[in-house]
Ligand binder design. Structure first.
Ligand code: CIZ
Ligand code: SF4
Length: 310
């Protein structure tokens, strides 16, 4: 059928009817961020999902994040506006291959970045995020060998920060690997007052030009608190919408990708649209489901992260 003229109003009314909460990631398009009840990075959204009293969680993010919400809320209906909103990083770690990798490294503790599927979480000992990865690795005894999955860039960054050797699964994010070192340097020359900031999923060649490296939440906080007026931002540019809101007088320049494309936008995140979000709520589908066996196995390393992060 035809879409309502005012999608914002229609979504608000469905929200009341379903007792739903809309959680949106910083990389979602601005309209979706503006209608959300809560905006955050994957960990903040997982925490919001764990605390909500709503009956329905509308998850405007990618599949592994909605799965994380379901792991924490088995009784709730978790809707994802577009089921094809996957993640190149999560997909770079297929469960069967990872099982073989684990078997080839007996005695290793498996620490996985939250950007992975429920199956990979279920094969892990501890989950981490880009905010707590360094702190979690530092709590593991030095003699304990560790596999770190799936992001090799975050893994390499954690190795540098902790001075520990980690066995890295060679996965990566197509978005964070598109930033061009050369263009970043040119941009810094053109904007000598600007400070470059980056997410640790970026490659070393980009990270070395950043004066601050952190999770999306840490980057947002940094822009607000730093006296700098101008920033070059090396992560998905959706986050700049919140940067503008938190520091309206400052300038934010998206770090340039290798080609003249908008390929620094996450194509998976951007599959979600306001229309699809409305339709998901109206039709109560597509919904995230998983077996109870996988859910419980994936929950255990998530709980371990929460215990280790206090
Ligand atoms: O690259 C991503 O998907 C990130 C940084 C997610 C998150 O919220 O940490
Ligand atoms: Fe996955 Fe990268 Fe997109 Fe994040 S930005 S959802 S890691 S593909």
């Amino acid at each position: 059928g035809a879409l309502p003229r005012d999608l914002f109003a229609a979504i608000e009314s469905l929200k009341k009817e379903l007792n739903a909460v809309i959680l949106a990631h910083y990389y979602q398009e601005p309209d979706i961020q503006d209608i959300a009840d809560f905006i955050g990075d994957s960990l903040q959204l997982a925490n919001a999902a764990a605390k909500t009293n709503a009956d329905v969680i509308v998850f405007a993010g990618v599949h592994f994040m909605a799965e994380t919400a379901k792991i924490l809320n088995p009784k709730k209906l978790v809707l994802l506006p577009d089921l094809d909103a996957g993640c190149s990083l999560a997909d770079s770690c297929p469960p069967q291959d990872f099982a073989e990798f684990k078997a080839a490294h007996p005695g290793h503790l498996v620490i996985s970045y939250i950007n992975c599927t429920a199956e990979i979480k279920a094969m892990s000992d501890i989950i981490c995020t880009s905010s707590n990865a360094v702190k979690i690795v530092q709590q593991i005894p030095k003699e304990q060998p560790i596999i770190f999955a799936p992001d090799r860039n975050l893994g390499r960054y954690v190795m540098e920060q902790t001075k520990r050797d980690l066995v890295l699964w060679q996965g990566s994010c197509i978005v964070h690997e598109t930033f061009s070192e050369k263009k970043m340097v040119q941009l810094k020359i053109a904007h000598p007052q600007a400070e470059a900031i980056a997410h640790p999923e970026c490659e070393t060649s980009v990270l070395r030009h950043a004066s601050f490296i952190g999770s999306t939440a840490a980057l947002l906080k940094y822009c607000q608190e730093s006296p700098t007026e101008e920033f070059i931002v090396a992560t998905e540019p959706g986050i700049i919408h919140q940067m503008h809101k938190l520091a309206p007088h400052k300038q934010f320049i998206p770090a340039p990708p290798i080609n003249n494309c908008n390929c620094n936008e996450c194509p998976f995140m951007r599959l979600n649209t306001l229309e699809k979000l409305y339709l998901a709520m109206k039709n109560r589908t597509p919904e995230i489901t998983m077996s109870e066996e996988i859910r419980l196995a994936a929950l255990r390393p998530m709980q371990r992260m929460l215990e280790m992060s206090v």
